[in-house]
Design a protein. Structure first.
Lengths: 324, 324
């Protein structure tokens, strides 16, 4: 199922989110308006806003704060992407020159700050202290996760547990926050809020694990993503962490050599991918992603059936379907 | 009068602020604890916390939120310094290698984010919506000011008005926020809150203008600051903006050549400084700073005499005395 089909029940809300996004990015400083427009016109899947809107409706809330918070949580996500681009020295983002490649690091840093500051302002204006306390804690933890990731980026002995801890902090927490915030806006009981948070956490982990797998098996034409980028960048993700755990000494050396190499020939890349496949790295990661999807869906069991619940269940499947 | 003498009435509060600063910078990620410790052990004048604490007491408040907010506003300031260092490619900060020089841009970006996220969390936990709305707006405006500054950094036609607008946004707003927040914590009438904000705004402008002058006339041994750094970096500040306004065509060319040069010989630097002095750039800026100091002091007229008011008045003089 395509994403637009899944989010059909909140189509109008998502359109209002786009309007709020465009409105809140206006600034008296023309450069800010130009750069933020460049970034947002290229879209993004708006997964976090969709989750927040669906969770809020499932929790019985459909007031204006959901639209504002949905736009703001997308800004938080965009802020982290902009700062990531400085850290990774990324030249491309969503198929176009990244902000730092086009305008320099100062633009990525300051426009990233602007996205986050504007988001903070929007959350503050929700007048909802629980919402504000939730998002500020989540953003601090996300930043800690990103920092942990860079300090572990060359640690070839990283364990699955450590890796999942990083995924949880840098990706899952913000997605969980989107779901939890919907519950807070609905002002429902702790049990329901916790279930939404668990849904988001599991979905977030599955989302990132599926991304890790996609990097190894994606078909460029279908997904617009080149194969082996993570490997070329020496990025340690679960497929290779799993493979390293199973590898004999000679295979371990091959994998480590590939991870520390400045350049990887196409033939070498294919060989390494085959090796990771042979050592069960890809299937293992895919199975774990599927496990989290099942867990995410299970978390919604406390809610009665509704079109919003149906959409959240379909969204969980979508995360895995992307790479089939 | 030395800063420690001025802030003597709040000595114990400032010590508690240091404790909170140290406590709130602890993280499960060891790298964050290391880098934030490196940054804060080197101090800083803690001008913003002092203003907040004095304003709060003058507004009749001495509860725990003032300490927490004072530490958090210092974190906001530190976050902007860290991101500035990435933008300016600064190698030194307060006489030691800057965070980006020592650990790389990624550290400055992420640790800057951590400082701001932690501050947001602390403000959120104040449970005071007015405080949260004040600081989030102020930080968004500060970011806009910094962005405006970089887009204007090569505009040799910048007017005094535009320059002051940048100073206001990038420096004065956060200092004004420190003062205003003290009033909000005291929950006093709008008239008093506004007066505190005006005090902080004028003080912030004077502070930055005095800094601009200091760069041209400082004695390295007394102030630990090399003369002419702004000029060497081609930074347009009010002394040179004023000089450009008064200069004849030949002098204009000399000033512009100096601003766009990759390297400036010591003899050339001295010549340019003399020219700026002759064209009244330094005295004019100093007079404007003094004007704002008088304005800052005048803003406090609505408050009865107290040791806190005395301290805020002395703090205003301190800003100017630095460069005498």
């Amino acid at each position: 199922m395509k994403l637009e089909q899944i989010t059909l029940p909140i189509k109008e809300d998502l359109e209002r989110v786009e309007e709020v996004i465009s409105e809140r990015l206006k600034s008296d400083v023309p450069f800010i308006t130009t750069v933020t427009h460049y970034i947002t016109e290229n879209g993004g899947k708006r997964v976090r806003p969709a989750i927040l809107l669906l969770a809020a409706r499932m929790a019985g809330y459909s007031g204006p704060s959901a639209i504002e918070c949905a736009a703001a949580i997308e800004f938080c996500h965009t802020a982290t992407l902009l700062h990531d681009d400085v850290i990774d020295k990324a030249s491309l983002r969503r198929g176009r020159p990244s902000t730092n490649a086009r305008w320099g690091n100062h633009a990525s840093v300051l426009i990233g700050d602007f996205f986050y500051c504007r988001a903070s302002e929007m959350f503050a204006n929700s007048d909802n202290l629980k919402v504000i306390q939730l998002i500020t804690k989540a953003m601090r933890e996300t930043t800690e996760g990103e920092t942990l990731e860079i300090t572990k980026s060359n640690d070839l002995c990283i364990t699955e547990e450590e890796y999942l801890k990083i995924l949880h902090a840098k990706t899952a927490i913000l997605i969980a926050t989107a779901a939890e915030m919907g519950g807070l806006l609905g002002n429902v009981s702790e049990e329901f809020v916790r279930s939404l948070k668990e849904y988001g956490t599991s979905l977030g982990l599955a989302f990132q694990l599926a991304d890790d797998v996609l990097d190894y098996i994606s078909d460029e034409e279908t997904f617009g993503k080149t194969r082996g980028i993570d490997l070329r960048e020496g990025k340690l993700t679960l497929p290779i962490i799993t493979a390293l755990k199973q590898a004999d000494p000679q295979e371990t050396r091959m994998l480590k050599d590939a991870l520390i190499s400045e350049k990887l020939e196409e033939s070498k890349l294919k060989e390494i991918i085959s090796l990771i496949q042979k050592l069960n790295g890809i299937d293992y990661t895919l199975n774990l992603a599927q496990h989290y999807i099942a867990k995410a869906k299970g978390s919604l069991a406390v809610f009665k059936n509704s079109i919003e619940k149906e959409a959240l269940l379909n969204l969980a499947d979508y995360v895995i379907c992307r790479e089939k």
